[in-house]
Design a protein around this ligand. Structure first.
Ligand SMILES: Nc1ncnc2c1ncn2[C@@H]1O[C@H](COP(=O)(O)OP(=O)(O)O)[C@@H](O)[C@H]1O
Ligand SMILES: [Mg+2]
Length: 237
């Protein structure tokens, strides 16, 4: 589904060029749960922006579901972001004074889904994250960090995307709360076969995925099956 060939990215700031990605090649199949791991500054978010069609590589090829991304117009890329990709960020990016349900329905408003269907789909997505129904009408700023991230995951899921891109989704959470979020990803992958790409600088977090792509200084230094898979258990948190 995802094929990256020799992706590079160079940023120019104040006339100085810095190559952040230096030739990244990998592919990810539908239904995989992959972690992209690397230290801070190694180019993880830069790569995520490219995979999410939020930015373009300087050179190299990115093919998503058979489409050459470089050949698409801005409108076509916006459609792909809206319909194929669910984004989850470290900072949740929820509307704070808006209810849980409305936050999750919002992408469906942009996608032009009729009103009745929006609530039904938002409820189904929230159910998949395990957030208690009693919170659906709370404003998002009344929730704990772990609950907020579950709402953000539901929002990412509501369009039924072919992949979820999560950039440091546990970065603002304590270890125990982070486990809830990782358990949510594991169950979405196992039970609903969602493709999940989890970006993290922490090995403990990466070890919840089935495969770990390790990047350092803009290169892939290792890409292998995770032989130390951790199972996050929702029951014990
Ligand atoms: N928009 C940008 N303009 C210039 N430099 C950037 C930009 N985004 C990231 N960088 C630089 O690229 C490098 C990698 O950043 P990033 O992809 O955010 O790494 P990571 O997510 O692994 O911490 C850093 O040195 C960062 O300062
Ligand atoms: Mg980053």
């Amino acid at each position: 589904m995802i094929e990256c060939q020799q992706i590079t990215k160079t940023y120019e700031t104040g006339g100085v060029a810095a190559q952040v990605l230096k030739g990244i090649t990998f592919s990810i199949n539908d239904g995989e749960f992959v972690a992209i791991m690397g230290p801070s500054g190694s180019g993880k978010s830069t790569l995520m922006h490219i995979l999410g069609a939020l930015d373009k590589p300087t050179s190299g090829e990115y093919v998503l579901d058979g489409k050459q991304m470089a050949e698409l117009s801005d409108d076509e890329l916006a459609d792909i972001r809206k319909n194929k990709i669910g984004f989850v960020f470290q900072s949740f990016n929820l509307l704070s004074r808006t209810t849980v349900l409305r936050n999750v329905m919002l992408p469906l408003v942009y996608a032009g889904i009729p009103k009745e269907e929006r609530e039904e789909r938002a409820r189904a997505a929230l159910k998949n994250t395990g957030l208690e129904e009693t919170h659906y009408h709370h404003r998002s700023n009344q929730l704990s960090g772990g609950q907020m991230q579950r709402v953000a995951i539901a929002r990412a899921l509501v369009n039924n995307p072919s992949m979820i891109l999560a950039d440091e989704p546990t970065g603002n959470l304590d270890t125990k709360t982070g486990e809830i979020v990782l358990a949510t990803f594991q169950s979405l992958n196992r039970e609903q076969h969602h493709t999940i790409i989890l970006i993290t600088h922490e090995r403990d977090v990466a070890e919840h995925a089935d495969r770990i792509i390790h990047i350092r200084d803009g290169h892939i230094v290792e890409d292998a099956k995770n032989t130390h898979k951790r199972t996050a258990d929702l029951q014990n948190v």
